[in-house]
Design a binder for this molecule. Structure first.
Ligand code: CU
Length: 338
């Protein structure tokens, strides 16, 4: 079956060729319904010619979002895409602008906006020029955003970034106090561990691969690389600034762990004990302690560490086959406590 959905197409906006195409794609660039003045604004473009260099010297092609307001613009090709960080209660606009003919969306995963603003192409539209997503950051926590056009492929290609909602500052706290959620625990340092697996074959495919009936093997993921927050977990993530952590005894680290891949994962904290306080953007009814955690695709856990001993702690993420549970590969980073 092939299907070309056209009810959202507007006269005069189609054509131009280029990246446009695909059978399960739904081009449109409507106005945002009920648009109001936002409290926070993010401006995202798309690049499709990025690359990530692996520890073995090879590179894979990466697609992603870039911040149109930042220096470097499209040439910056950041991976993961730049984080969206807002405060609980804010109304947020995320504008997606394509300078060339492309089809992508932004889905703010875990946020629950109206269907027009959910960025799921097949239930609303794929943005062909420009759309402003309007949403409210209703609950502090760890989320992420990703493209939801030909989703299986576009998310694998790297079209994702962190989405963090901070609680409103508590007027009773000393200035600068950071909390995971309102009334929740405080932390001193923070890192994001977005663990993902990469099958280089997928990274040779075109934007609409598999949408017109051809079998391009998107049911067959054979990962060769295992990465943490855009850095190869074979070696580089052990020392990568912002991923590997250096801290002092008595400090509290918040690690926002995201399973950004498709297979289940097991994260081991290398001898550190995590106090797990929230998951999927919600406080847990009861925090628990763990030396390791398992997470399925898109799950997030907010883990606090307050080490009392100096030492070097290697954090490993094992990527597990979804049927057999076999370890397909491991990514590593490190917490060094002084
Ligand atoms: Cu996309």
């Amino acid at each position: 079956m092939t299907m070309k959905h056209s009810s959202y197409e507007k006269d005069g906006e189609m054509g131009g060729g280029g990246m446009m195409g695909g059978c399960y794609t739904y081009p449109a660039s409507p106005a945002t319904p009920g648009k109001v003045t936002p409290d926070a604004f993010f401006d995202r473009g798309v690049y499709m010619d990025g690359s990530m260099k692996m520890d073995d010297g090879k590179s894979v092609r990466i697609w992603g979002f870039y911040d149109r307001a930042a220096g470097g613009g499209m040439g910056s090709k950041p991976f993961p895409s730049p984080a969206i960080r807002v405060t609980e209660g804010q109304i947020v606009h995320t504008r997606l602008v394509m300078d060339m003919m492309m089809l992508h969306t932004i889905h703010h995963h875990g946020i629950e906006p109206s269907w027009q603003n959910d960025g799921v192409g097949h239930v609303s539209w794929d943005v062909d020029r420009q759309y402003t997503y309007q949403w409210r950051a209703s609950q502090a926590g760890t989320y992420f955003y990703h493209c939801h056009t030909n989703t299986v492929l576009h998310a694998e290609m790297g079209m994702y970034g962190g989405l963090i909602v901070d609680p409103r500052p508590d007027p009773n706290d000393p200035p600068g106090t950071k909390r995971v959620f309102a009334g929740g625990p405080a932390y001193d340092l923070e890192t994001v561990w977005a663990a993902d697996e990469i099958d280089p074959r997928w990274h040779t495919l075109g934007a609409d691969a598999g949408t017109c009936g051809a079998d391009v093997g998107l049911n067959d993921l054979n990962p060769k690389y295992f990465i943490i927050t855009g850095v190869d977990g074979a070696k580089s993530a052990l020392t990568a600034p912002g991923i590997a952590v250096q801290m002092n005894r008595g400090q509290t680290l918040l690690a926002r762990y995201i399973n950004a891949g498709y297979y289940p994962q097991r994260i081991r904290f290398g001898g550190l004990t995590a106090t797990v306080v929230a998951s999927d953007g919600r406080p847990l009814p009861r925090a628990f302690q763990a030396q390791s955690l398992e997470a399925s695709s898109a799950e997030r856990y907010d883990c606090l560490f307050t080490p009392t001993q100096a030492g070097v702690f290697d954090v490993t993420v094992e990527v597990l086959h979804w049927v057999t549970g076999k370890v397909l590969g491991t990514a590593r980073t490190r917490v060094t406590v002084y």
